[in-house]
Design a protein around this ligand. Sequence first.
Ligand code: SF4
Length: 211
Amino acid sequence: MEKYPRYVTPDHEYFDPVELASETEKIICRNHSRKYTDFYATGVYGGIATGYTVGCCLRCVFCWVDWSRDFPEKYGEFYSAEEAYAYLKATAKKFKVNKLRISGAEPTLCKQHLLRLLELVENSDFNIFILETNGIKFGIDKDYVKQLSRFTKPHIRVGLKAGTPEGFAERTGSLPESYELPYKAIANLLDANVSFHVASMSADGRFMTEK
Ligand code: SF4
């Protein structure tokens, strides 16, 4: 990748999200550690402790993530899976919530970190771990999804950005043909019998046409 893609501009060139995922992982993953900017609790899902991750492989125009998405080298600190779990647990205790999640940018980047974190959650008293993803990594890596099936705690939320190649490219800045990957992620999750649901931008007519 010649130039690391930041936010989408009117004259931008479409990028390959798989390549961007791997370039981003070079910045935000280190062995079993990955970058986070914060740990906090929020009221969604009825109250949940959240680890806010750094770095994504899409550049959605409606994204509300801060600059850590576009400049991952400048933001966040590395946390091992053990450290991230300890912060999530302490946050859950402080705010009296019993669900955990990692969110922010793209939590499925840094596979080793996520799988180790899920092991720690699996052996804990927490009974649900929400994972919010754009589906790029789970679309290209069936084995990754298969590995999730050994855990009982994760529930995956796959965010669909578009239903057509053109719409996907327009909204995410990535190559039109990559629009299939989130749908492949859904197929892989179904095959592996992993708990998930799909969320789409379709309720907002500014971003997705009825078609
Ligand atoms: S996939 Fe999510 S985090 Fe990544 S750019 Fe799109 S909205 Fe932002």
